[in-house]
Design a protein around this ligand. Sequence first.
Ligand code: NAD
Length: 541
Amino acid sequence: MRNSVITFPVPENEPVKTYLKGSPERVALEAELEHQSNIVVDIPIIIGGKEIRTGITGKVTCPHDHKHVLASYHKVTEKEVKMAIDAAMEARKIWANTDWTVRAAIMLKMAELLATKYRPIINAANMLGQSKNIYQAEIDSACETVDFFRYNVHYASKLYGMQPKNGVGVLNHTEFRPLEGFVLAVTPFNFTSIASNLCMTPILMGNVAVWKPSTTALLSNYYLMKLYKEAGLPDGVVNFLPGSGALIGKICTESHYFAGFHFTGSTATFKTLWQAACANLDNYISYPRIVGETGGKDFIFVHPTADTKAVATAAFCGAYEYQGQKCSAASRMYIPKSMWPAVLEDMKAMAKEVKMGDVKDPVNYINAVIDEASFDKCAEYINYAKNSKDAKVVMGGNCDKSVGYFVEPTVIETSDPHFKSMEEEIFGPILTVYPYDDDKVEETVKLCDETSPYGLTGSVFAQDRLAAERISEQLQNAAGNFYINDKPTGAVVGLQPFGGARASGTDDKAGGEFNLIRWVTPRVVKETLVSPTDYRYSYLK
Ligand code: NAD
């Protein structure tokens, strides 16, 4: 019993370490990279804390060196998915009734373990398995993941503190119950932090989860499971199911106890899951909570008063960091014709300077795209542009998958604002640019707003602050995260809660307090201190 009111104040964001040559973090990371490069991990299914091996296996390889096998993993069949649902429902009996400050303490221990002992382990796995350079791994699998744990505890304390007023002779309170069932967490390859957060936000609020990790992020995700266990998370609260998304999605959405799903990934997969939930609606205890962040076609809009050097830097970093595989990556740019030659020249200078290759060599700013399907998709878009009369490839454009899935940072310039790569999400290091007549700002902003079905991120560059304000206003529905004179990537937990609307998702803002509300179903309790014993109102007496 805890006879205490505990509040958790706003945390500081986890500092990004420098990894300078010879620094303790660099030494530890290099040792871990070496270690993980020389072993093949056997990744089990984990249900109710037990490791299960079906013997139906797949391989985890390095995207930048695809012959290098990092791990083999066991795939679930229908039987294990059903076992995971049962294990989650069993664990729920205790977890849902555990004091929330104890759940919070477990989350904070996860943060501490990840900031210290697990930092090199999970960063190395993220680098090798998902092809991130040191910096990209550090800001994702270390800092952002730690921030999610710490900030969510603070947000939970605020949420639980939101209580109604008492009346005369009446006490009122709200109990923030977890959902009645289990949550299906379906997670993407590109952020280890998102993989962790999609399970851990509902779990902090007292829910239990069945977790479908991305097949191309299994190594780092498996180490997360080890971290959770070491932090004291009870068995069965999260159940780890590598295998077919279609199978896991189907069985979970058919369960009577399906309470909702927490999803990040492509728009197509999200719609499939939502439709499956609709088809089974009569079978559920409650209406399922559907929270999803999906694709984007994120833009940079350049006003004629913009600073060209700042635009070139934002376009380069926004489009090519982590090979353009951030949902927020800049993938279309609208720029005045008069400014484009200078910006392109600067971008070419940067492209000439950066190196592309293996993550273990820290000089490589660009690494590989995640897998062969993604590589082929990038190559197809580049070839399409090369063969089109409405576009030309003006930077990069070379692809090579002989060792790893390498795609050069590429710029497609087009005269057609509705060119295929101006509208469709590619998820690779390809930026399409539409140079517009300098005097057609208004019309081009309208084009920017109406061109793509998505509404995730976008930015405007202008030194004329009033012009930036006008454009921001006109583009208010085009992006859930909007930037003024900055690249459209790099949202930080607690500072820029993240998510988009339109086809980009339900905009429930991961890294902010709104997301937590989706994982509770409040019960309001009124207690009358002295119950009335006469039915008559005063005027009737
Ligand atoms: P994806 O849709 O291919 O996969 C996401 C997850 O869904 C994976 O775990 C996958 O195995 C699973 N899955 C696939 N088919 C399924 C099915 N039929 N039923 C159930 N699960 C299924 O996406 P991805 O390639 O991993 O990630 C890239 C996408 O994610 C991009 O579109 C990107 O924009 C988006 N993304 C969005 C955000 C955001 O916050 N909006 C963040 C990161 C990534």
